[in-house]
Ligand binder design. Structure first.
Ligand SMILES: [Mg+2]
Length: 258
């Protein structure tokens, strides 16, 4: 019997990257807006950092990639709250695409610099979701495991190696940010490599908006509730017929015979 094909998002599913993303986003934002009040929050001892981080985490549930961090920080600085995905997407479309592209580029320059300067230290800042990575190690032979991510391949591969997962994901089954914001492109590429229809691919992501687009092409969608989402996204996922998995239920959902 062929192995089930399981496509995993990286950040918020395998890796808890929120702290590192927050740090590099703040550095990048301060380069674009040196006079911003947020620039002072780069200091790890700033008393308001924890609250700013929590607001940033809430916004992370609505964004997709590095450029969304710029919008998240801008909205927080302006004291604006965002009701739902639709409102966020409308605000995103109002932004200058050139600025978003420049921010994305600059953030990756900053991330690459910090990662290359001290790869070990950089990896320590992006911890794995250990319960899930232990499942991957234990069940590595029971599925065809793939990664579909908005992160860059170099960072993903470095982190996979530091988590001891590099053997589980074949290079040809890692699809990274170069394929764009919409993960349908990643799943399309995966379908080409594994030669199974989308309906036979299970897709796990912590962003509801990615599941919604993946469902349009027929992928079986699972929301990772341990990632960057909240009650709003989990209820939305259930309403649309997606499964919502916790770290306790994910193994049984992905590999039901276990
Ligand atoms: Mg994610």
């Amino acid at each position: 019997m062929p192995l089930p094909v399981i496509a995993l998002d990286f950040d918020g599913v395998i890796a808890d990257s929120a702290r590192e993303s927050f740090d590099v986003a703040l550095v990048t934002y301060s380069q674009f807006y040196p006079d911003s009040d947020l620039a002072a929050f780069k200091d790890p001892s700033h008393p308001g950092r924890r609250i700013l981080f929590e607001s940033f985490l809430e916004m992370m549930a609505l964004g997709n990639r590095a450029e969304d961090y710029a919008l998240a920080l801008k909205l927080i600085e302006q004291g604006r709250s965002v009701e739902d995905q639709e409102s966020y997407d409308a605000i995103f479309l109002e932004q200058d695409p050139r600025f978003l592209g420049d921010f994305h580029h600059r953030l990756y320059e900053n991330r690459d610099r910090s990662r290359n300067a001290n790869p070990e230290k950089w990896c320590e800042a992006v911890t794995p979701f250990v319960v899930f990575t232990e499942i991957l190690k234990r069940r590595c032979e029971d599925a065809c495991w793939s990664i579909v991510t908005a992160k860059d391949r170099s960072s993903v591969k470095l982190l996979l190696a530091s988590y001891g997962l590099e053997e589980i994901f074949k290079d040809s089954l890692i699809f990274d940010k170069s394929l764009g914001r919409d993960k349908r492109a990643h799943l399309q590429e995966l379908k080409g490599v594994v030669s199974v229809p989308h309906q036979e691919i299970t897709f796990v992501d912590d962003k509801l908006n990615h599941l919604e687009t993946a469902a349009l092409i027929g992928a079986q969608c699972v929301l990772a509730a341990w990632g960057y989402n909240g009650d709003r996204e989990q209820q939305g996922a259930l309403r649309q017929g997606f499964k919502v998995a916790s770290l306790d239920t994910i193994e049984g959902i992905l590999l039901p015979s276990s």
